[in-house]
Design a protein around this ligand. Sequence first.
Ligand code: COA
Ligand code: AMP
Length: 626
Amino acid sequence: MNTYPHEYESSLQQPQKFWQQQAQRLHWFTEPTEILRPRADGTADWFVDGELNMAFCALDYHVDNGRADQTALIYDSPVTGQKQAYTYRQLRDEVARFAGLLKKQHVKKGDRVIIYMPMIPQAAIAMLACARLGAVHSVVFGGFAANELAIRIDDAEPKLLITASCGIEVDKVIPYKPLVDKALELAAKPPQHVLVWQREQCQAELQLPRDCDWQQALAGVTPAECATMQATDPLYILYTSGTTGKPKGVVRDTGGYATALLYSMRTVYGIQPGQVMFVASDVGWVVGHSYIVYGPLLAGATTILYEGKPVRTPDAGAFWRVCEDYQVNVLFSAPTAFRAIKKEDPQAQLLKHYNLSHLQRIYMAGERLDPATLQWTQGVTGKPVYDHWWQTESGWPICANPVGIAEYPVKPGSSTLPVPGYDVRILATDGSELGANEQGAVAIKLPLPPGCLTSIWRNEARFNAGYLREYAGFYSSGDGGYKDDDGYVYIMGRTDDVINVAGHRLSTGEMEEVLAMDPAVAECAVIAVADDLKGQVPLGLVIVKDGVDIAPEDLSQRLIQRVRDEIGAVACLRQVHVVSKLPKTRSGKILRRLLRQLADGEPQLYVPSTIDDPGCVAELQQQLGR
Ligand code: COA
Ligand code: AMP
């Protein structure tokens, strides 16, 4: 039955009633009665007088209600050959014990804890243990370098940092501890203690008494109880790239997030308790927070924590193997992962070795799902494939095919319809609303539904300036797009300096800051260019200072290494060109769109009349070899 139109309307017309009903599906210590409290800036606080604990809802509740022996989490690691399953009871007990250890380390409600971990169960255990105690976790993706970790440390001011001795990238062991040590040296406000999970692939050297061995320290620890949290208490801070060098600490509340995730598990993913969800991402990204850790557990489902890649671990059949092994019902990853599979196994020969009869649906997000990848995945698997659009800031899907309450035909290039709770509008630069098929800024009418960011950590001004100021009464998503005649939403890409590289969100502004620090660089620009596998990749263009004598190839290599050292391997800056000029307007603004067209070798260039030196276009074309 199609209940979407009714559900969507009531979510916007009677948000209090709608979300109160959704919240009733959760276990609260104190049920909320004040559902929505408007703030002066147009946003809102949700379930303000409700009390709950996220880890209780995700684990204890299920242990107490018949799911104690059901599998909660499966760790599957082709890079180490390990597989391990945890029942809800086992996971709850591990989390309670680790929370006891955090308590012994003097971590208490409201303290921040940074988690810098690879994709091992201990990462999820650490997150859930923080939630159990009421400490605010901030997970930092393992592909970020020491400097990025230090920036996050100084912003979050954690009491404790939790790490593992190493990560494993296909067959490369990446020691984490030297990166952590360096980050602590760089940080102005380093935490006093570091807890280290030692992996057999690499033993980390501990600096006593600052560092502590997780396994040894657990001996004799008393498990901790769940703290009672206000719905509005922060559960986590997740840093994401903005337009400047300083990442934004997206703050997520507890009660709104739990309610929204549980709602989305049913409505967007159609997951029933006991079903299996395989989200091939990383706990360092929002996808990992919402749908590897919290969402599936809140729903009483089984989640898979996969330490591997879509290809090379060992081959392009890796996802299909996991789907068969664990009778996966829903698979979710980034389009880039499926493009990688398609590139290595275009005829999907490997897929034929696996039984995908339990797989009901495949989801993709993190970047636009290009029609070719959609069609290929549909074709080879014979399963419905859904694009859905969301952001670190939203925490859960904004536009999706709401399969749990209705099924709409898939239109390639569209992430389908706004999810109940989200009033999505397309706006012109003057803030007026655009009609069907007119492209503009994608904005969401305030208040945002539960689960979305409540602020930027200790930076209300940046929250206001970054999201609320551009269009009065709306949240600006930073994406451009349009709606068609049927109300389907098409997201066409960012309108700011944020880029998406292999589903990883990065800032070109941040890369420019790193390049500009080099003593040889007078001016620079980093733009995103199209890439068949990764969707986009960054490309650097630099002008050398007068009088500096350095071979362009040497400078290029030095700058590439600089970005790798400062931001991390994940930045994927592989090309830096030394050029003599950058195209600018007469007022000195770099013409980035023109640069992108030049770098992509587009035959039809749009050269604005405001360009100060039209001659530089041909010169650049030559220098870029286009
Ligand atoms: N820790 C340390 N290093 C990491 C890392 C981590 N967690 N993740 C990535 N890196 C490194 C890689 O090893 C690589 O290093 P290299 O330059 O020395 O080779 C670099 O960062 C770039 O990684 P990546 O962009 O992932 O490229 P890849 O070639 O290793 O893999 C894909 C390509 C498409 C297979 C991979 O990017 C992928 O699976 N993407 C899906 C992303 C995703 O899940 N996004 C979340 C949204 S759903
Ligand atoms: P992140 O915060 O890392 O989740 O990245 C969010 C950004 O990724 C969005 O603002 C979009 O630019 C892009 N994005 C995510 N999902 C999609 C999608 N399904 N279609 C188009 N763009 C997407």
